[in-house]
Design a protein around this ligand. Structure first.
Ligand code: NAP
Length: 232
């Protein structure tokens, strides 16, 4: 049984990633704020999904919570940094707290999770990290500047970490989805027709395929769009 941290596992893409990993027989340390949602998810899976209720905006809480969860699980094989937040609104309408929260959840916490997990992976001879970016990590969008900035930041983080840790058999992959049919940004999950937005379950299966690449191959970055997305 392999053990993975999945952040943002209470709903959306992360929930599907957790369910599918558990369905493959792996164990998931499932991170999100919504403890009830995580418990409900765990109830499906015979102990394979372990709730780790944690607010990634609380920087100082991250290391102790994750180290305790990893110790209880007996080790860690990798992490999927999936949690992300963003609002579509004019740059000047964000308040300072909101800006800092986007920076921390989307980028600062990803670095922190990597800093917790990487020593474990190096000590056990390798592992995998997947960072969920966005197609907005490689292009601009007005009225999404803070979010776009964090996803551009993830691009640099991902490829730099890969180059720093590949000699120690750690593979680091950036997954850039286009529009996903989730409640991201205040919408409602499951409203799409499968053409203009990616189905979370289908996208999750593509993400998990990255974990199955032969050991000598690293998929450094993939971008997945729904065929019907107009703006790419
Ligand atoms: N939806 C899209 O169109 C789209 C497109 C491209 C990329 N993406 C990226 O895909 C990833 C998943 O997005 P999604 O669409 O599945 O979003 P979602 O449905 O809004 O789910 C976001 C997840 O992140 C968790 N989260 C948010 N703030 C958190 C915090 N402070 N601490 C811990 N967990 C937190 C949420 O759990 P709690 O609320 O319980 O904490 C939830 O489980 C994100 O990185 C997003 O940027 C999304």
């Amino acid at each position: 049984m392999r053990t993975w941290i999945v952040t943002g596992a209470s709903r959306g893409l992360g929930r599907q990633l957790a369910l599918q990993l558990a369905g493959r027989g792996d164990r998931v340390l499932a991170v999100a704020r919504d403890a009830g949602g995580l418990q409900a998810l765990a109830a499906h899976t015979d102990g394979r999904i372990v709730p780790v209720p944690l607010d990634l905006a609380e920087a100082r809480a991250i290391r102790p919570m994750l180290e305790a969860a990893i110790a209880a699980a007996g080790g860690i094989d990798g992490a999927i940094n999936n949690a992300g937040i963003g609002a579509y609104k004019p740059f000047l309408d964000h308040d300072e707290d909101e800006l800092l929260r986007v920076l921390q959840v989307n980028l600062g916490a990803v670095m922190q999770v990597c800093r917790v997990v990487l020593p474990h992976l190096v000590a056990r001879g390798g592992g995998q990290i997947i960072n969920i970016g966005s197609d907005l990590g490689r292009r601009p969008l007005a009225n999404m500047a803070p979010y776009v900035a964090t996803k551009h930041g993830l691009l640099g983080l991902n490829h730099s970490l890969l180059r720093e840790f590949r000699d120690r058999n750690v593979r680091v992959t950036l997954v850039n989805p286009g529009i996903i049919d989730t409640g991201f940004g205040g919408g409602e999950e499951g409203r799409g027709d499968g053409r203009g937005s990616l189905r979370p379950s289908e996208l999750a299966a593509q993400v998990l395929a990255v974990l199955d690449a032969p050991p000598g191959i690293v998929i450094d970055e993939i971008t997945l769009h729904p065929l019907g997305q107009g703006d790419f």
